[in-house]
Design a protein around this ligand. Structure first.
Ligand code: SF4
Ligand code: SF4
Ligand code: SF4
Length: 168
């Protein structure tokens, strides 16, 4: 297993981007390349930062205040009476934890939600709130959902380009 893979295995896989990278894996790769410090993952907290530093053979540092504090696990909850079915939250969710269809109410699959908060800003009617969760989803499951989403988006884009080329 590469160093990046071992670092990625220590990350909580919320895919929240709070580290400043697009997902957990790019942050792991930046740490492995010596380009990122080990204290920029708020969901991992101080313990996570210490584990990353130990693997890198660096001294443990407190969480960087610039990335925000550690928070207990949380889950998104949609007020279904207010939801207008605009689909924007689905597009934002990095782990496919929201189900719904255009103009239909949307709901969160609580067991899959990592509490990443990425669905909140796009919601035009502000009907998504965060509630305490007992724990984060299992990291390997969240990674798999994130990876599958990336494959699906790439496939959709390739199909879109192919369609456009047919009409040129
Ligand atoms: S959990 Fe969030 S902050 Fe931590 S590495 Fe993954 S994307 Fe970055
Ligand atoms: S439902 Fe919202 S908070 Fe939960 S994983 Fe998806 S984007 Fe993140
Ligand atoms: S972004 Fe808000 S209004 Fe739009 S579908 Fe999601 S929860 Fe409903």
């Amino acid at each position: 297993m590469s160093l990046a893979e071992r670092l990625d295995a220590l990350l909580p896989q919320t895919q929240c981007t709070k580290c400043g990278y697009a997902a957990c894996r790019p942050y792991a790769e930046a740490m492995a390349a010596g380009e990122a410090p080990a204290n920029r993952c708020p969901p991992g907290g101080e313990e996570g930062a210490a584990r990353l530093a130990a693997l890198l053979g660096r001294p443990a540092l407190p969480l960087d205040p610039a990335v925000g504090p550690w928070r207990p696990p949380q889950v998104a909850v949609i007020d279904e009476a207010t939801c207008i079915g605009c689909v924007k939250c689905i597009a934002a969710c990095p782990v496919d934890a929201i189900v719904g269809a255009s103009k239909r109410l949307h709901t969160v699959i609580a067991a899959w939600c990592t509490g990443c908060e990425l669905c909140l800003p796009p919601c035009p009617v502000d009907c998504i709130a965060l509630a305490p969760a007992p724990r984060l989803p299992e990291a390997g499951d969240s990674r798999a959902r994130h990876d599958w989403r990336a494959i699906r988006l790439a496939r959709d884009e390739a199909e879109r380009v192919a369609r456009l080329e047919r009409y040129e």
